[in-house]
Design a protein around this ligand. Structure first.
Ligand code: DHB
Ligand code: MG
Length: 230
């Protein structure tokens, strides 16, 4: 790294590092096409970054996950990363999306990825879809990724836990939000959602957890990483 980068503004440094890393670990045509379709549909550019997607894939593989659950599909970019980490002939991911037009883009992206048979995209409010899964008595999920409306994070965590087993790993996106999570006086409902879910996890004796602060092409944010041990 040149001195001008390492001595530059922090945001430039993060982005330069992600540019370097993404050059070493490039996205394939399927992911590039999924991202392009999201952009063409005018969807907000809030997908996980490529290196964050790889983290989801590595975690999914490390867990040996066969069944995954995602809350917040958007264009299906993170869905593809997680699906690519799943193990076994009956590998499956259920992903929940509140916006029908987002789900349509995601279904096309997932079909192009050859994952149409691996992924079930369900449209509707997340809490309703989660309740329906519980009512259906689905097998518990091995990995859960929560990346939807932030005020509902604790509701999604609790529903995810009901659909989990000891050993399940749960990841919650965007819990740091440029550091605003540390502001105890915040009235931003997204920050309140982050703080509530972190505090619920910290108080739950069944869970081992940490928060990893992240920087990179998506700025400064963080993942809440949880393992249900009992
Ligand atoms: C927002 C949501 C996300 O899931 C994300 O990764 C970044 C930002 C948002 O709602 O602002
Ligand atoms: Mg997110």
């Amino acid at each position: 790294m040149s001195g001008s980068i390492s001595g530059g503004r922090p945001e430039r440094v993060w982005t330069a590092v992600d540019d370097y890393l993404e050059g070493l670990f490039p996205e394939d045509e399927v992911l590039l096409a999924a991202q392009a379709a999201a952009d063409a549909a005018g969807m907000p550019a809030i997908q996980v970054s490529p290196m964050q997607g790889r983290l989801l894939q590595v975690l999914t593989q490390a867990v040996g996950a066969r069944r995954a659950l995602e809350v917040g599909t958007l264009a299906g970019v993170s869905t593809i990363w997680i699906a690519r980490g799943l193990t076994g002939p009956d590998a499956h991911i259920t992903t929940l999306e509140v916006e029908a037009r987002h789900a349509e883009v995601a279904r096309a992206n997932l079909a192009r990825a050859g994952l149409a048979d691996v992924v079930d995209v369900r449209v509707g409010p997340g809490v309703d879809s989660l309740a329906a899964l519980a009512d259906e008595g689905v097998q518990p999920f091995d990995l859960v990724f929560i990346d939807a409306d932030k005020p509902s994070n604790t509701a999604y965590l609790q529903a995810g836990l009901r659909l989990s087993h000891p050993g399940t790993v749960i990841v919650v996106d965007n819990v740091v939000r440029k550091g605003a999570v540390a502001d105890a006086d915040s009235t931003d409902v997204r920050i309140l959602g982050s703080r509530a879910v972190i505090e619920a996890v910290a108080a739950d004796p069944r869970l081992t957890a940490t928060v990893v602060q992240t920087v990179g092409s998506k700025g400064y944010d963080g993942f809440l990483l949880i393992r249900r041990r009992a």
